[in-house]
Design a protein around this ligand. Structure first.
Ligand code: ATP
Ligand code: MG
Length: 251
């Protein structure tokens, strides 16, 4: 198996709280991994370690097979890790194309911005790569009016376009309307089709089961179970999740 990310024996404590204990976690190349578990299970903490925001107390991390120590946020980004946030992702008052190319603008000769080219590429990305169909989502529309799902879609498009290899979505469907959730789940499918990897965190097991190749269950800082989605029907997974919540174990 070709791993994009491999974590061994990761532990993290905040004062009295053991947020993660001896966690093994992997993401394959071109794999969508669902990460589930109750409030406080340690999901966001794990993500913050992957993005270089928190340092683990102990354990090892490998990106693309290479051991990484002293990971920083900047280094994680260099390694191709991008996190998509629901609200903080975009500059609301700017147009779509500006949001896509922010910080990575294309200039023509003489250093002027090549607006036509950026608009054109934006259009191709939105319609071609991600299947955006809403007429409200044009390259020169202002993103403030986009739905929460559309905004995240734009962030995913941007991450893919700029070569993110591992895209992390922490509770992306929270607060989205049903139709937006569907769109978002399609965007996650788009990550898969683009040949990239994804970590998808959601409290809604229906969402996770519908997009993840593999599902990892965290419980009170420990990995309580791990399933290949194709091998476990939704009902059985729900049963097991319920049992984990009651007893902390799958047995
Ligand atoms: N910076 C911090 N300082 C102190 N405690 C923290 C910190 N971050 C997380 N914790 C604690 O660590 C535990 C795991 O939190 P974490 O945010 O990882 O859970 P989570 O699985 O993402 O939960 P949720 O589903 O509610 O988002 C919790 O008990 C939380 O209170
Ligand atoms: Mg969280």
């Amino acid at each position: 198996m070709d791993y994009r990310l491999q974590m061994n024996d990761i532990s993290k404590r905040f004062g009295e709280v053991q947020a993660l204990r001896d966690v093994d976690f992997t993401v394959g190349s071109n794999e969508v991994v669902g990460l589930v578990g109750d409030n406080g299970a340690g999901k966001s903490t794990l993500i913050k370690i992957i993005t270089g925001y928190h340092a683990p107390d102990s354990g090892e991390m490998y990106f693309n097979g290479e051991k990484t120590e002293g990971l920083t946020v900047a280094r994680a980004r260099q390694l191709g890790v991008e996190t998509v946030y629901q609200e903080r992702a975009l500059a609301d008052l700017q147009t779509l194309w500006r949001n896509i190319f922010m910080g990575r603008e294309i200039s023509g000769r003489f250093g002027f911005l090549d607006v036509d080219k950026m608009m054109h590429e934006t259009e191709e990305l939105m319609v071609g790569s991600m299947g955006f169909t809403s007429s409200a989502v044009a390259p020169d529309s202002v993103v403030r009016t986009f739905s929460g799902g559309e905004k995240q879609g734009v962030s995913i498009v941007r991450a893919l376009h700029f070569q993110a290899d591992l895209i992390i979505l922490d509770e992306p469907t929270m607060g989205l309307a049903l139709s937006e959730v569907r769109k978002l789940l399609e965007f996650v499918q788009g990550i898969k089709e683009a040949g990239k990897s994804c970590i998808f965190i959601d409290h809604n097991i229906f969402h996770v089961h519908s997009v993840a190749d593999r599902i990892v269950v965290l419980d009170r800082g420990e990995v309580a179970g791990e399933f290949v989605t194709a091998d476990i029907p939704l009902e059985e997974l729900m049963d097991k999740m319920y049992r984990v919540a009651q007893t902390g174990s799958l047995d």
